[in-house]
Design a binder for this molecule. Structure first.
Ligand SMILES: NC(=O)c1ccc[n+]([C@@H]2O[C@H](COP(=O)([O-])OP(=O)(O)OC[C@H]3O[C@@H](n4cnc5c(N)ncnc54)[C@H](O)[C@@H]3O)[C@@H](O)[C@H]2O)c1
Length: 353
């Protein structure tokens, strides 16, 4: 029996609802496998914790998480209680940076049984590889002066090491897929970091002569996501570009509630963290209507990363069977409650086993 210690941080809002649902599916998958045991340890670090303790996680939070194989997270943020920049930087970004989770992987795919909001989408199946440790989301900057003299400076930081690492990951991923990497650039408007990004992309591409490459400005790329998403295979993007593009990826799939994501420490020195693209959705919390698919698909990505790809495929198949049967939450135009969707996915998983 292979045992894995998983740290669970449900977080805020619907994170507390969808995480237990995804755990039910992963438990069912582990049972089907027979040789896999998932040991869950839960941590209630969220905005309520902040209101009690003045911080999003204890001082030794990172040390506590270090011994786990992986981290399974719901969503963090409750803007009515704690400003978003405090909750995000106090927990999510602390973990991403503390464990060098330098690659964020976010797939978008036309799922069987689901209508995209696009009118006539061809079958699309793409993965965005987002640089996750620096870029536009840097801590370098500050504010000076008061009142109408105030100045805020936010510096974007691009190192060769992290830029190259994200690109190499994208090329390696494309080598297992359809062999096409698109680089998201904006070198016509951002005159220092983006020409640098383009240079590194060209240099890395030389090591992968069998791959097809394209460099596309992020604004055009966003439009192509709507007009012809089927042309993409793997897209490599900076932290901000990748973040925005993947919400759009969720939207063209049908709902942000189904979009999964993984923050990977690709060196496997530290735990990686698996969390869906969506946030805590305060507008629908407590109603039992949150779509659990984003969190469940995120669990599939965790299994993939742990080497259980066949089991992961089984879960994705069961998700598609469920959608095809019309069992959908309201964000996908359905009437099913969250738990009914999960129950159906588990039943379909057992049928496929
Ligand atoms: N990774 C994260 O933890 C993460 C990501 C994004 C936003 N946030 C935080 O979440 C809070 C709310 O942010 P927001 O409203 O901009 O984004 P959000 O993703 O929480 O919600 C956007 C919209 O999508 C809907 N939605 C999201 N997930 C859904 C699901 N699973 N099922 C059905 N509908 C779903 C919501 O109801 C809402 O209408 C903020 O505090 C924000 O900072 C956290």
């Amino acid at each position: 029996m292979n045992k894995y210690e998983i740290a669970v941080i449900p977080g805020d809002g619907i994170g507390n609802e969808v995480v237990p649902e995804a755990m039910r599916v992963l438990e069912a998958a582990a049972e089907i496998h027979g040789g896999l045991s998932l040991q869950w340890s839960q941590f209630s670090w969220n905005c309520e914790y902040y209101l009690k303790h003045g911080q999003m996680m204890p001082d030794d939070g990172i040390d506590t998480l270090r011994s786990f194989n992986q981290i399974f997270l719901g969503a963090v943020g409750m803007p009515g209680l704690v400003p978003d920049h405090i909750s995000l930087w106090g927990l999510l970004i602390k973990i991403r940076r503390g464990f060098q989770q330098s690659i964020n992987v976010r797939p978008a795919k036309l799922l069987r049984g689901l209508e995209s909001p696009l009118k006539n989408p061809k079958d699309f199946d793409l993965i965005v590889v987002r640089e996750n440790s620096e870029g536009e989301y840097s801590e370098v900057g500050g504010r000076i002066h008061q009142g109408s003299d105030q100045i805020a400076i936010q510096n974007a930081v691009f190192t060769r090491k992290s830029t190259e690492r994200a690109m190499r990951y994208a090329f390696d991923l494309a080598a297992e897929r359809r062999g096409h990497v698109t680089s998201a650039t904006k070198s016509n408007g951002i005159s220092h970091s983006m020409p640098f990004w383009d240079e590194v992309f060209k240099e890395v591409a030389v090591d992968y002569p069998e791959m097809n490459t394209t460099s596309t400005h992020i604004d055009a790329l966003a439009a192509f996501f709507v007009m012809k998403p089927h042309i993409f295979d793997v897209i490599v993007a900076s932290n901000l570009f990748g973040d925005i593009l993947t919400d759009l990826g969720g939207a063209i799939m049908g709902s942000i509630g189904i979009a999964p994501a993984a923050n990977l420490n690709i060196e496997r020195k530290y735990p990686s963290m698996f969390e869906p693209v969506h946030g805590s959705a305060p507008d629908i919390m407590g109603q039992g209507v949150a779509n659990p698919i984003g969190q469940i698909w995120t669990g599939k990505m965790m299994l993939d990363f742990m080497g259980y790809r066949e089991l992961g495929e089984l879960i994705l198949g069961a998700i598609e069977d469920t959608l095809q049967a019309g069992v959908r939450t309201p964000d996908l135009g359905g009437r099913a409650k969250m738990m009914e969707v999960t129950d159906t996915i588990i039943a379909n998983l057992k049928k496929r086993a």
